[in-house]
Write a protein that binds this ligand. Structure first.
Ligand code: AHR
Length: 632
């Protein structure tokens, strides 16, 4: 039997402590959160017909051509010409979607195309939703083609649910039609925004009640080389004018290759800011610091050519916060958001290392500190928490007086269990920590097969007790990566898995959710014999309180294979009812994980317990995570 004491408050917990890290990896944006169903809608993939095939019906025939208008439209030059040569019948193309198109019975889908009539009568284009067996399950006809390029729209309703539908777009009769930006979106999107985000996926993020949204990554910020870095200015304004590039994750990684992975930037910086606002999260953009991914080319911008990169940072602050008379503030208003987005944080560089990073960070900071002292700067600490580069950068960043240092750790469950005290002795006079990317990964040899097991989630829950206890130092934390499509991932584990119609939260997701929804805003001291519980007897503990309503939250992890009896003396810290709510996560098998078929295998189970006096007396189950919510 172990006795724990909960007593005085030790530190404030930032309202933005628990956040989310978003990157377009694993089809996170295109093919995921961004609800566009048409892959390669603008024909700008390196192989312009990738995702498309010729299609015909009722003896239609003709030819497909790919043309470019580089002078007139350098950003989106490629378009499709459908030359239908039969007076009768239908001839055109079919799009396969992102591993198919997920459609639901009785739901509406909005079609649009930018098109012109190049020759012939061509009054009609037939648009059909086709199920995986080849039957038409929705149809509409588009008319009104002229010799000028224009956007034409229609909508259709699906008569069936199918995760693997496709879209046929065919000219009826003889004629030539040029098409670009062929697009299909569900009408039902998050907040019903036209051509917006997948509602079920955003709901999962919303339920996490994240304190911040970090975007747009990750390695995609850096790019394979600098020409392929993330450039936010190319992701705002009309979608047809956003320049598509190959995705950094379109590569052989973890024995997987996703050759059709590009970034359309339909989910661009404006949409990220809007999403952050919808989620009630602080926006936290990370910008390229003049360095490409050091795991790839490691290309560097010479220091005397860094100005455009720094200007991008200044302009981004103007885009987010500037009034509507400024150049970038005006664009924000034109896009639909005259009010500022209230940006407070800015990350400079992702996972860089070496003095090259420090030199570039200094140049950014010099300008940003002077022009925008109100913005908190986030610097990097390199990719590995336990090597020389990390310590070197941490010290350099401390000298630079960076506000937050972004630490990343993809380590084993054992590492997470044994690092619950990581921040206990951290420098209290240095920068704050942004634990910007972390996840417990299985052993190296099983890496490609590593899944979101209960063991990984439990080790994160144990480690996170240390984040709460040290919230005076650790101000922000986010699991990574956030999302993955089951048929198109490059990296796992990930917090949320989805396919074209379904989504499932991992045990790790529910651990994150318990932290973000059951922590409050001040840390309470919790000790056993005067010391924090950081793995003694395989037990981990944190305590915290919400000053606004007096609720106290005790989190306990029992990483032992045996049950353990604990007594928690609250010492007057909670306004006591005679009961407390308990959220318990556990599983018989440490390797258990959630699937679409068994989404609730490892989820929190809620119950109430009786409390005698100001003491909680509980026998903790083996391999379990408990959250006690007490009072008020
Ligand atoms: O989260 C996946 C990747 O891990 C990120 O893109 C990168 O920052 C880190 O190496």
């Amino acid at each position: 039997r172990l006795t724990l004491e909960v007593d005085h408050a030790t530190a404030a917990i930032k309202p933005y402590m628990w956040g989310i890290f978003f990157e377009d990896i694993n089809f996170g944006a295109d093919g995921g959160l961004y609800a566009e169903l048409v892959k390669n809608r603008s024909f700008e993939f390196y192989e312009p017909m990738m995702g498309w095939k010729e299609a015909s019906k009722e003896e239609g025939n003709g030819k497909i051509f790919i043309l470019k208008r580089e002078q007139k439209k350098p950003v989106n030059p490629t378009y499709l010409r459908i030359d239908s040569r039969n007076d009768q019948g239908l001839y055109g193309v079919v799009n396969e979607g992102f591993r198919g198109m997920g459609v639901r019975a009785n739901e509406r889908y909005n079609f649009s195309v930018i098109a012109r009539k190049a020759d012939g009568d061509t009054p009609e284009v037939v648009v059909e939703l086709v199920n995986s067996e080849g039957s038409v399950i929705g149809q509409t006809t588009i008319t009104g083609f002229t010799k000028e390029w224009q956007k034409l729209e229609g909508s259709l309703t699906s008569s069936q649910t199918d995760p693997k539908a496709s879209l046929r777009v065919m000219v009826k009769g003889k004629g030539i039609v040029d098409m670009d930006m062929i697009s299909l979106f569900p009408e039902n999107t998050w907040k019903n925004r036209k051509n917006g985000l997948r509602a079920d996926l955003v709901q999962m993020l919303y339920d996490l009640k994240p304190g911040f949204l970090r975007f747009p990554g990750g390695c995609i910020v850096e790019g394979h080389d600098l020409s392929l870095r993330y450039q936010w200015k190319k992701t705002v304004g009309p979608v047809e004018e956003r320049e598509m590039i190959i995705n950094r994750w379109n590569t052989e990684f973890m024995h997987r290759h996703t050759p059709d992975y590009f970034q359309s930037f339909g989910l661009g910086f404006y949409e990220y800011f809007l999403l952050a606002e919808d989620l009630g999260a602080e926006p936290l953009p990370i910008l390229n610091c003049g360095m490409a991914c050091q795991y790839n080319t490691g290309e560097l911008v010479p220091l005397d050519e860094l100005d455009p990169y720094i200007q991008d940072a200044l302009d981004l602050i103007e885009f987010a916060n500037g009034d509507t008379t400024t150049q970038w503030g005006k664009l924000r208003a034109q896009m639909g958001h005259p009010q500022p987005f209230n940006l407070k944080f800015l990350g400079i560089g992702n996972e860089q290392w070496g003095e090259q990073y420090v030199e570039r960070y200094q140049k950014f900071a010099e300008v940003l500190r002077q022009k925008h002292p109100e913005i908190m700067l986030v610097g990097g600490s390199g990719p590995k928490p336990e090597d020389e580069r990390f310590h070197y950068l941490w010290n350099e960043m401390k000298d630079e007086e960076v506000d937050l240092i972004d630490e990343h750790y993809y380590m084993s469950p054992d590492w997470f269990f044994s690092n619950a005290d990581r921040y206990d002795d951290y420098d209290r006079n240095g920068p704050k920590v942004f634990a910007g990317e972390y996840a417990a990964h299985g052993p190296e040899k099983e890496y490609p097969l590593s899944k979101n097991t209960w063991l990984s989630a439990l080790s994160e829950a144990a480690f996170m007790t240390g984040l709460v206890r040290n919230a005076d130092v650790v101000n922000m934390a986010s699991y990574a990566p956030l999302m993955a499509h089951v048929e198109a991932w490059q990296w796992r584990p990930d917090l949320i898995w989805f396919d074209n119609l379904n989504v499932v939260g991992t045990p790790n997701y529910y651990v994150q959710k318990l932290y973000s929804t059951c922590t409050g805003n001040e840390v309470l001291n919790i000790t056993k014999d005067g010391s924090p519980l950081t793995g003694q007897n395989k037990l981990y503990a944190s305590a915290s309180r919400d000053k606004n309503n007096g609720k106290v939250y005790i989190k306990l992890v029992n990483a032992s294979n045996n049950s353990q009896e604990v007594i928690i003396n609250m010492n007057g810290n909670a306004k006591f009812d005679k009961k407390a709510t308990v959220y318990l996560m556990t599983a018989d098998d440490p390797l258990a994980y959630n699937t679409f078929e068994t989404p609730k295998k490892v989820v929190p189970v809620q119950s109430t317990i009786k409390i005698k006096g100001k003491v909680i007396h509980e026998t903790l189950q083996p391999m379990s995570f408990y959250v006690f919510e007490i009072g008020a």
